[in-house]
Write a protein that binds this ligand. Sequence first.
Ligand code: AR6
Ligand code: MG
Length: 367
Amino acid sequence: MRAVLMATLSRFRGSLVGAVLGDCIGAIYECEGNVKLKDVLKTVKDIETKYKNLKDGKELELLPFTDDTAMARSVAASLIAKKGFDVKDMAKRFTDEFHNEPNRGYGGSVGAVFVALRNDNLEDVFEPARKQFDGQGSFGNGGAMRIAPAALGCMKDGFEKLKTVTVATTQVTHSHPQAIQGAVLQSSAVDLALREDQSKEFDRERFLDKLIERMKPMEEEELEKSKKDEKVACSPKRKAKRVSDTVKMPYCHKLEKIKEFLQKDVSVSEIEEELGNDISALGSVPAAVYSFLKAYKEIPGIETDSAFERTIIYAISLGGDTDTIATMAAAMAGAYYGYEAIPESWQAPCEGVEDAKKFAQGLLELQ
Ligand code: AR6
Ligand code: MG
């Protein structure tokens, strides 16, 4: 029994510490445009060298976490303090955290939600997010980037509970269906990675099929809704939008695409085009899933035996929203490979690692 518990703790720690590292190291390259793999390799080499030099009394340069970790910490802290899900507490923690440290690199529009939440004193916690973008809601990846702790907290409860918690946690700031679905894809990927049997060869196609199985009903439901909307409002503008909307179930489509990509060599520009690497949920969560799955095997040009390290290096090398893609991919990788797979030298400069370990322990105690 104790061995099982220790193994689970290792995977919980792996996921949360991994997420912190992906964020802190990925943030070095955020929005830099094209990222060169050789530069990322040099960055991690430098981190390792600086760690070695610690023994000579040299100081480590701190790599600060960004909004991804700031918000993930609130998710974890709320689940632990409330011994489960309490949306008002979660919203209050997000709001307080933002006002306490607004310069953590938050998305351009989400700050308005926190200002409204504070002014309205949190009566209807979902209302400010619903009003964003003329009632469309934000489709940013801000819901997905922070959700890993929910997968840990809900591990004993199963997918339906995880989905409910993920959807409501996301809706505090993001009400667009793609932001919500992206968060469900992310929490599902972490949940499935935690449960994957490490002693067997990782069947990555089966992993993707399980994700598709979870995403399909959500996307079908959304499709039905949009068909109904189309019948009600037949303005030419709406019609034009629908005709150009060629991919009807975009997350399932991208997950199928990942299966194809895992079988061949694919260029970064092809990945950018087909999966995305931007700040939208649809344009980043699939890239994170792909990075995690691809790094299970060797990657030409990344000469390390550690699949965890490959995950972070590869995710950052895709460019674009590097901290968020790397944090999401590393949350999956850490959940799969466990804490022992994460090098000490990479942990040392990253802000928030010790707290992440405590949160992992607290979330384990909820099981
Ligand atoms: N219509 C048009 N533009 C949109 C829409 C929409 N419905 N939704 C989002 N945008 P935000 P996040 C654009 O502020 O998702 C940071 O680096 C718009 O330009 O909700 O919490 C984080 O670390 C808006 O300002 O932020 C994340 O990686 C932007 O998307 C990332 O930003 C971000 O949406 C997104 O964080
Ligand atoms: Mg980010």
